[in-house]
Design a protein around this ligand. Structure first.
Ligand SMILES: *[C@@H]1O[C@H](CO)[C@@H](O)[C@H](O)[C@H]1NC(C)=O
Ligand SMILES: *[C@@H]1O[C@H](CO)[C@@H](O)[C@H](O)[C@H]1NC(C)=O
Ligand SMILES: *[C@@H]1O[C@H](CO)[C@@H](O)[C@H](O)[C@H]1NC(C)=O
Ligand SMILES: *[C@@H]1O[C@H](CO)[C@@H](O)[C@H](O)[C@H]1NC(C)=O
Length: 451
């Protein structure tokens, strides 16, 4: 190219300066608009506009600092743009913090829950309908779990199955399913004399899973990652141990959700609410009618923590602590107390947490590494107290230090979460079934090989 004469060179430089000035003001405007878009975006995540804003803002910064000197070298900082300033606080920020109540983020959850109701589909393997199978007792749903107090701690396992069969999430078309349910019941395996033992249960479950993977195309398509089963019996701890894919890939909905359980994989598996069989939600005793500070009734068994509890607090006049049955009806303790203890027994799981919630008594969880149900949706700190097993000696000090207004707010939030710890034959609202289904929904998106 021909070299321009001196005068033209000067003109060129002037034009360049003008161009930069113009473009930087455009950038400033653009930055303003993207910033606005970022703020007004109703979508929880607006990655594109945020990233745009970062880049534009950084350019602006760069030009100002260089005082329009075009020859200066690019500073290294441009390669690592600074984060944008935080958006200004919204006027009602304080109110909205209070309004979140027992949820991490109610709006996000409710919107995603609606998505789930439209798109989640679950296929159940046909054994659940086969009355002529020799193992029908393992696979068929319980005829009437609601009126069966004998199911006790294992009620949730049966109710999940019954609710699923009555729910619109069920599909008979496996190609439409996001998840596949293996319908064996650990509780029924335990009660079947042909199986019964922990070792035989895991053998049965492994054989069944292998038969599913050879008779249907769906298991192999994901290695079992979109398959799940339910287990509310502590004897089911070892259930997946003899099948690699069942243990590592399939999702376990379980009442024994402890981070230290050998076959519980946190973030993959799901804590199931453990609920005692009951048909109605009783009216709650209000806070002012709760005269006792603490309630616990249960067998000490082989639990060190419970033993400590009895030793330290068994005779305290403000505590109602019983080794075994109380001197009054069991549920009376939940009704007349402010705080109800869930103290680890042999395992983390008992129905005491949902008992407390059901009767409006703030649960105090003394059970280290219990992966509490729905904790990615519910902020347990708003309606329960979690105490390290080590700190059991300061239990009373800790509970007495909770101010009355804080307790009242916890009680209020507890009332809001009650509905999540309740099963219906035909599931509805945000009950235990749909809350559990939502946990599956959060684990969707498994890439499948073609069926
Ligand atoms: C920026 O430009 C102005 C006007 O040309 C000049 O007075 C000032 O000294 C410059 N600042 C720097 C840091 O170069
Ligand atoms: C039910 O189970 C029996 C025995 O395992 C089997 O022979 C039969 O094919 C099954 N029926 C259906 C419809 O799957
Ligand atoms: C799935 O994979 C297993 C192990 O590789 C194989 O035995 C089985 O036949 C496969 N299932 C189907 C339906 O092809
Ligand atoms: C509690 O009281 C009973 C009866 O008075 C007594 O036998 C027991 O040793 C006391 N326990 C503790 C831990 O102080």
């Amino acid at each position: 190219m021909k070299r321009p004469p001196k005068l033209q060179q000067k003109r060129l430089l002037e034009m360049l300066v003008l161009a930069v000035l113009l473009s930087s003001s455009c950038i400033a405007l653009f930055g303003f608009y993207t910033h606005r878009a970022f703020l007004s975006s109703t979508s929880p995540l607006a990655p594109r506009s945020t990233a745009f804003y970062q880049i534009q803002n950084d350019h602006l910064h760069h030009y100002n600092r260089q005082n329009l000197s075009l020859n200066a070298p690019q500073p290294a900082a441009t390669l690592f743009p600074k984060p944008p300033p935080p958006p200004p606080p919204q006027t009602n920020a304080v109110d909205s913090v209070l309004e979140t109540g027992p949820y991490h983020n109610w709006e996000l959850f409710a919107a995603d829950f609606q998505e789930m109701m439209q798109h989640l589909k679950i296929f159940v393997y046909p054994d659940i309908f086969n009355k002529s199978s020799p193992f029908a007792n393992i696979f068929l749903p319980h005829e009437n779990p609601l009126d069966n107090p004998k199911l006790g701690n294992y009620f949730s396992e049966h109710m999940f199955k019954v609710s699923l069969l009555h729910s619109p999430l069920l599909t008979a078309t496996p190609e439409k399913a996001l998840f596949f349910f293996l319908p064996f019941s650990i509780n029924n395996l335990r009660n079947d004399p042909r199986v019964h033992s922990e070792a035989k249960i895991s053998q049965f479950v492994a054989q069944y899973t292998s038969s599913i993977s050879s008779s249907f195309r769906f298991w192999n398509a994901s290695g079992g990652a979109d398959h799940f089963y339910v287990c509310c019996h502590s004897v089911g701890r070892e259930a997946p141990s003899k099948h690699h894919g069942l243990r590592n890939n399939a999702i376990q909905l379980t009442c024994c959700s402890s981070y230290f359980q050998r076959f519980y994989l946190s973030h993959k598996d799901v804590g199931l609410p453990q609920v005692w069989p009951r048909t109605d939600q009783t009216a709650l005793n209000p806070p002012h009618a709760r005269h006792r500070l603490v309630y616990f009734a249960g067998r000490v068994q082989n639990s060190q923590v419970r033993q400590q509890l009895i030793n330290l607090w068994g005779n305290d006049t403000e505590f109602d602590i019983f080794n075994g049955s109380p001197t009054f009806p069991y549920e009376e303790g939940f009704k007349r107390s402010k705080f109800c203890l869930h103290v680890k027994g042999y395992e983390v799981n008992t129905a005491r947490v949902s008992d407390a919630i059901h009767y409006g008594c703030i649960p105090v969880i003394i059970s280290n590494y219990y992966d509490l149900p729905f904790s990615n949706v519910l902020d347990w700190s708003k309606f329960s107290v979690v105490i390290n097993q080590r700190d059991i000696a300061s239990l009373k000090t800790k509970l007495l230090s909770i101010k009355r207004e804080v307790y009242l707010r916890m009680y209020h939030d507890l009332c809001k979460v009650r509905r999540h710890f309740f099963w219906h034959t035909t599931p509805r609202g945000y009950d235990s079934f749909y809350m559990t289904a939502y946990q599956l929904w959060l684990r969707r998106g498994t890439l499948r090989l073609s069926f």
